[in-house]
Design a protein around this ligand. Sequence first.
Ligand SMILES: [Zn+2]
Length: 303
Amino acid sequence: MMGKQTSLRNKKQVGALWFALLLIACGTVPRSTAATEEIHLSSTEVVDGSLLVVTLKSSDPDAVKKYRASLGETNAKFFPSPELGPGMYQALIGVPFNTAQGSSKVVVKVMEGDSERKENLSFDIIDGNYPYETLSVNPRKVKPKPKDMVRIQKENKALGIIYRTYTEKRYWTGPFVKPIASDMTSFYGTKRIFNGELQSFHSGVDLKAAVGTPIYSAAPGVVVMRRNLFFTGNTVIIDHGYGVYTLYAHMSEFKIKQGATVKANQLIGLAGKTGRATGPHLHWAAVINHVKVNPVDLTRVLK
Ligand SMILES: [Zn+2]
């Protein structure tokens, strides 16, 4: 009796072994030591200026160190996203404004010992059909005087230092909120003709607001700039961590201190028309890993 049972078990074990070898040979199961992974993009078709979220599911406890996402020159680190489930990570990538239409790819590099593996995530960049907009402003704000240029260069340097700072802490969870619940009077990506000359593209959105309208933070973070700038007037910049910054411009008054930690929906200032503005409104912008993306994407692409 005992002998029969043993031989039956052996037969089962041998069968199971063959079956496992067959699966490994077919490549349908990972080696027991290898980590499992799933990677996907938030969208396979976007307009330039969009935010792309790379979602990673990995059983590797060192995923944060081993995985990197990139699009052209832009690199993004993955951060744990426990709110999406165990072993979940995300990385944020901005598709720069005016990137050529056509097929593109986010490359996820995975360090495996001394070697590097690459996973390509394909997506298409389609025409944003961004309109033109003609504006009349104070000529000095379009053709700055030499002393203004000195000021502008100094301010750009300060902005550069902020955006190059990479805070490896995620202050937010889930989607951002609009800083003012009002209509948009100018969209992201609008090509702007100031006083008859094409100057730039609109790197944020304009939200309708009378002077004195309260402006709220779009997500938790730290106030890393509270300063009057030549173009954007009284400006607040919030660092949300992992290369994500939001900017609020043309304020009439600040209601937050430099260095303050803010929650989502916290009063940070009052709307105005300081800087290069045709009238009172809130200019709201977002920078993600050095790329100026449509800030509205933070409210609809992030989950
Ligand atoms: Zn604007």
